[in-house]
Design a binder for this molecule. Structure first.
Ligand code: FRU
Length: 471
């Protein structure tokens, strides 16, 4: 199929092609950092090495968006200093100016790393994040004796429901999460420890997040998520989460963890703070430490997933589960729905589209996304109650990149799948977002024209990214 005008997506001066996923103008990107909504803008900072497309001394790169789908790059927010490189962390609006930067200041809370230390620092901005001032008291939280890994602070305001509250910081501390509390973002006191399992079966923890979310629109539960450095469901690093309670000091999980995404490329997920419409929206680094350094680089290496809005839904074992879907704003980037004929391939000139399949009965629905060198095959097997994604490695990433990633579905019978295809990735949301599989597919960027074919029972619909909107 040809898009209106059939123009190629615009390429920037450095040859990059941004369609739906954020990628930096140059250099290296990993985790999302400092996510905060402020004065109409969604701030997206990220682990960034501006000097090369390899990981190196970390800075916070910075972009903003008013719609979560198109991004404006800003100057680097935070640079390494005498306390170390700038590792991952979070951002908040300090409405009452508790930290001393001023009322309504943006405050970034982050780890500073040297080969012998991991300490926590803060910086503030009173000009909508355009310039940042590091705090005189840095580091505000030293490393506890005997703890090697102590990083990635996520801070939120805990409202005690009685007109008061305090700041809460959750940190990845080896194979546990540790909580600290503060009145001013500067002086931090230790609070709870969440240590659900001995022996670090999934390697060190990284990039925790903590937030309340209503279950099926009713009473809230708390979600604690964390990166697992190893043994993810598709190998390597992945994101898992627990649901439970949080009393302002300590988190208590109800049962064991679940994977937030069964693909290989959903890591270091973080949610935005201070979102005015009450949505919980998160985004993740769309890569995996197992091979991130070997993914083909264009002008830059590394991209984010689509921003996703979250729900908690009732699920098995009496504990609610996350359901995710790309933010509603993305719909504005898509063209009119077109019915797809089963078995007939459709060429995507722009390599960005959303394919929705509503399966019927107990059969299979297959979505093939193929380029000249390879691609991905998505199989929804309603009888077996599985969703699987097989991807090729024509681009030569290595490190067991090619393979099949299988996710169990909570139910059998008719299920919907939503497949978002961009120039080098697919994100699949099944069963109204209860099951997600996110995979980089460099063949889609490397192998020329991309053809999508749906086979099986049910209905399929295609919506492409409108040519005029390609940035
Ligand atoms: C997670 C992580 C964090 C760390 C950052 C360094 O991907 O390893 O723990 O702060 O990346 O870039």
């Amino acid at each position: 199929m040809s898009l209106a005008g059939s123009r190629e997506a615009a390429t920037g001066p450095t040859g990059r092609r941004r369609l739906l996923h954020y990628e930096p103008p140059t250099g290296w990107l990993n985790d999302p950092n400092g996510l905060v909504h402020h004065d109409g803008e969604w701030h997206l900072c990220y682990q960034h090495h501006p000097a090369s497309s390899d990981w190196g001394p970390m800075h916070w790169g910075h972009a903003v968006s008013t719609d979560l789908t198109t991004w404006t790059d800003l100057p680097i927010a935070l640079h390494p200093d005498e306390h170390g490189a700038v590792y991952s962390g979070s951002g908040v609006v300090d409405r009452h100016g508790t930290a001393g930067f001023g009322e309504g200041a943006l405050v970034a809370i982050y780890t500073q790393f040297t080969p012998t230390s991991q300490v926590q620092s803060i910086a503030g901005s009173v000009d909508r994040g355009r310039t940042w001032q590091v705090h005189d008291a840095n580091p505000v939280l030293p490393q506890p004796a005997g703890l090697v890994d102590f990083r990635d602070p996520k801070v939120c305001w805990y409202d005690d429901g009685r007109g008061g509250g305090h700041w809460v910081m959750v940190l990845a501390a080896g194979g546990d999460a540790r909580f600290y509390v503060s009145r001013d973002l500067v002086a931090w006191e230790p609070a709870g420890v969440f240590a659900p399992e001995p022996g670090r079966p999934y390697g060190v923890w990284e990039t925790p997040d903590l937030f309340p979310l209503p279950v099926d629109g009713g009473d809230p539960w708390w979600v604690l998520s964390a990166g697992a450095a190893e043994h993810g469901p598709a190998g390597g690093s992945a994101t898992r989460y627990w649901t439970g309670t949080f009393d302002g000091d300590a988190f208590v999980a109800y049962g064991s963890s679940r994977w937030a995404d069964h693909g290989a490329d959903f890591y270091a997920a973080q949610s935005w703070s201070d979102v005015p419409d009450g949505r919980r929206v998160w985004v993740a680094w769309m890569s995996n430490w197992a091979y991130a350094a070997h993914v083909p680089a264009r002008a830059a290496r590394g991209q984010m997933t689509l921003p996703r809005q979250l729900r908690l839904v009732a699920a098995g074992s009496g504990r609610p589960a996350l359901a995710q879907r790309p933010v509603d704003e993305l719909d504005a980037r898509l063209g009119r729905p077109e019915v797809m004929t089963m078995g007939r391939g459709v060429a995507l000139d722009h390599h960005a589209a959303r394919v929705t399949v509503r399966s019927s009965g107990s059969g299979r629905a297959v979505v093939d996304v193929a380029s000249g060198t390879g691609g991905a095959r998505i199989v929804l097997d309603v009888g077996e109650a599985t969703l699987s994604v097989r991807r090729t490695d024509g681009a030569g990433v290595g490190h067991q990149f090619a393979g099949t990633h299988v996710a169990p579905l909570a139910r059998s019978g008719a299920v919907d799948i939503d497949v978002w295809i961009d120039h080098a990735s697919i994100e699949v949301f099944a069963d109204s977002g209860r099951v997600c599989v996110t995979d980089l597919v460099p063949d889609l960027a490397a192998g020329g024209r991309v053809v999508v074919t749906v086979t099986g029972e049910g209905d399929a619909e295609l919506r492409t990214v409108a040519a005029d909107d390609a940035p």
